[in-house]
Write a protein that binds this ligand. Structure first.
Ligand code: SF4
Ligand code: SF4
Length: 360
C-alpha cells in the first residue's frame, strides 16, 4: 500500500528524477513472457482477471484495451481532451474452454474444443485477439509486436483528472502510483489516460494501475516485465544516468521514441521503431521499398521516426562494413546486465548484506 502526499496538482506530478523503459521492437518476438511475469506478480487478486498492466499485441490491430487509440484523453496544446471509459469487455472476456465435454465425458470424437464466453456464447473478443493477423496484402503482409504498459508520464493526464488527488508521481523516480485509500472509483483517470493504462476493479470498486514494481526497484531489482524478457528487448534505468542504455538510446542516439507523442503526456516508455522487411514487386523481385508503411510508423511514433530509422540504417551499414558501431553494440547487448543499469540485483536475493541491495 502506498499513500499519496497532500499537495497541488503541480506538486503531485513533480519528480526530481525519471525512470524509463526502452523496448526494441526489432527484437520483440511476442512471447508474452513480460505479460505473464507481471500478471503472476500483481494481478491474481479478485477482480483483476481482465487486467494486464503489461500487455503485448500484434500491430496493426485493435490493441489492448480494444481500440484504446480511439478513446480520447490526454492533452492537445496543453488542454485536456475528453476521453471515454474502457470496459471489461474491451480488455477481453474471461472465456473458458469445454474441457469437461472433450476430455471427461466420453464425447472426444464428436465434440471439439471451443471457447465459451462468460455469457455462455462464443466470445467475440479477447486479449491479443489480433495475434499475428497483421496488415498488408500477400506477399507484402507485415506485422510487429507492440508491448505496452503505463508510461509513468512526465505530465500524466491521470493525475490531473483525479478529483481526490489519489494519483501522484514519486519525487525520487517519477513512478506514478494510485493511492487505494483515496480512490473513490470515479474512473476519471481511466477517461483521461490516452493509453488506457488504468483498470477498474469491480470487486474493490477502485481503479488500479502498473506500479513499475516499485518494491523491487527500491532494492535495485528491475521490474518483472523488463527482467524476465528473454530477448534482451528491453532496457531500464534513469533517463539522466548517462552510462545507462536508456539514456544512450533516448537522449544520446535518439533512436528510442515515445508512442503517440501527440497525446501530450510525455510518456516514459520509449520504442526503437521496427525495421521493415523489403517489399516484393509484382514480378516477385525484391524492391527497396519498406513493407511496413512509413506513414503508419509516423502515426505511432511521430515525424521523428524518419530520422531515427535513418540513424539505425546508417549504423547497421557500418557493422556490415565491419566498422565499429556503438549504437549497434548497445542494441545487441551481449550481457543482460548491460540492459538494467543499477537494477541488476537478483529478485530472490534483494537484501545482499552490506551492499544496500546492490549486487556484490
Ligand atoms: S500512461 Fe496513463 S496511467 Fe500511466 S502515467 Fe500516463 S496518463 Fe497516467
Ligand atoms: S518478454 Fe520481451 S520479447 Fe517477449 S513479448 Fe515481452 S518484450 Fe517481447
Amino acid at each position: 500500500m502506498t499513500y499519496a502526499p497532500n499537495g497541488t496538482k503541480g506538486e503531485l506530478r513533480a519528480s526530481k528524477r525519471q525512470l524509463a523503459t526502452v523496448i526494441d521492437l526489432n527484437k520483440c518476438m511476442g512471447c508474452q513472457t513480460c505479460v505473464v511475469a507481471c500478471k503472476n506478480l500483481w494481478t491474481v487478486r479478485e477482480g483483476t482477471d481482465h487486467m494486464r498492466w503489461m500487455n503485448v499485441t500484434t500491430y496493426p490491430g485493435k490493441g489492448y484495451p480494444r481500440d484504446y487509440e480511439h478513446k480520447g484523453g490526454g492533452f492537445r496544446d496543453g488542454v485536456p481532451q475528453t476521453g471515454a471509459l474502457t470496459t471489461m469487455a474491451d480488455c477481453g472476456d474471461s472465456f473458458r474452454f469445454n474441457h469437461d465435454a472433450v476430455l471427461y465425458e466420453g464425447k472426444g470424437s464428436s465434440v471439439w474444443m471451443h471457447p465459451v464466453g462468460s455469457d455462455g456464447k462464443p466470445p467475440e473478443w479477447g486479449y491479443n485477439w489480433d495475434e499475428d493477423s497483421g496488415g498488408g496484402e500477400f506477399p507484402n503482409a507485415f506485422r510487429f509486436y507492440l508491448p505496452r504498459m503505463c508510461n509513468h508520464c512526465t505530465h500524466p493526464a491521470c493525475i490531473d483528472a483525479c478529483p481526490n488527488n489519489a494519483l501522484y508521481k514519486r519525487d525520487e523516480d517519477g513512478i506514478v502510483l494510485l493511492d487505494q485509500e483515496r480512490c473513490r472509483g470515479h474512473r476519471h483517470c481511466i477517461e483521461a489516460c490516452p493509453y488506457k493504462a488504468i483498470y477498474f476493479n469491480p470487486v474493490t470498486e477502485k481503479s488500479e494501475k502498473c506500479i513499475l514494481c516499485f518494491p523491487r526497484v527500491e532494492k535495485h531489482v528491475a521490474p518483472a516485465c523488463n527482467r524476465q524478457c528473454p530477448g534482451r528487448t528491453r532496457a531500464f534505468g534513469f533517463l539522466d544516468d548517462e552510462d545507462g542504455q536508456v539514456h544512450q538510446l533516448v537522449r544520446k542516439w535518439r533512436v528510442a521514441l515515445p508512442l503517440h507523442p501527440e497525446y501530450g503526456t510525455e510518456p516514459n516508455v520509449y520504442y526503437v521503431p521496427p525495421w521493415s522487411p523489403f517489399a516484393y514487386a509484382g514480378d516477385g523481385s525484391l524492391t527497396e521499398q519498406m513493407r511496413i508503411p512509413l506513414a503508419l510508423l509516423e502515426e505511432l511514433f511521430g515525424p521523428d521516426v524518419h530520422r531515427a530509422l535513418k540513424v539505425l540504417a546508417d549504423e547497421r551499414e557500418k557493422k556490415r562494413r565491419r566498422e565499429d558501431s556503438e549504437l549497434m553494440d548497445i542494441l545487441i547487448s551481449r550481457t543482460w546486465e548491460d540492459r538494467y543499469a543499477e537494477f541488476t540485483a537478483a529478485p530472490l536475493e534483494p537484501h545482499v548484506a552490506g551492499t544496500g541491495g546492490k549486487p556484490k
